[in-house]
Design a protein around this ligand. Structure first.
Ligand code: CA2
Length: 148
């Protein structure tokens, strides 16, 4: 770890702002604001601060990963569909010296074949996939355990 921060970044990629508004059978009924509250409560009880963000733009996610290097002790990322396409996110995760956990609401390995490949998995310390909104707290638990 390159700083003394107690802040954890939770980054969300494209279309996750639609959470709770469509496809509840796949992604659940909770909104992204609900997920932010869930993460905030989980981290607060464990002495960490939350910086929770969502972007539909690949470059913005790259910039936020860079920012996490100086301003966080770790990152959980649901990169959305960029998971399956983005070498830029892979390189950004590799380029920073803070641990990153990949997470997904749905089980990407049980869905369409194009979702089976993650371009970021090899750059992350691990992957949580398929537990709905609990994937967020499971990923945070894994990250905190790794940091400690
Ligand atoms: O399961 C996940 O968390 C995903 O990262 C979600 C992405 C998908 O492209 C990944 O393969 C798996 C999609 C996020 C879009 O979320 C929506 C939520 C409600 C309605 C429409 C899209």
């Amino acid at each position: 770890m390159s700083n003394n921060s107690k802040t954890i970044f939770v980054l969300n990629g494209p279309n996750l702002n639609l959470l709770g508004k469509r496809e509840p059978e796949i992604y659940g009924a909770q909104s992204l604001v609900d997920v932010e509250k869930l993460c905030g409560g989980f981290l607060g009880a464990r002495g960490y601060d939350l910086d929770f963000r969502q972007s539909n733009h690949e470059g913005e996610l790259v910039t936020w990963l860079h920012e996490a290097w100086d301003n966080s002790c770790g990152v959980c990322i649901n990169a959305g569909a960029y998971t399956h396409t983005s070498i830029a996110l892979h390189d950004a995760i590799r380029g920073i010296e803070v641990p990153v956990v990949e997470l997904h609401l749905s089980n990407i390995h049980a869905r369409e074949e194009f979702r089976h490949t993650s371009m970021i998995a090899a750059a992350c310390i691990g992957q949580i996939s398929g537990f709905g909104t609990a994937s967020y707290t499971l990923a945070l638990e894994a990250l905190i355990t790794h940091i400690a």
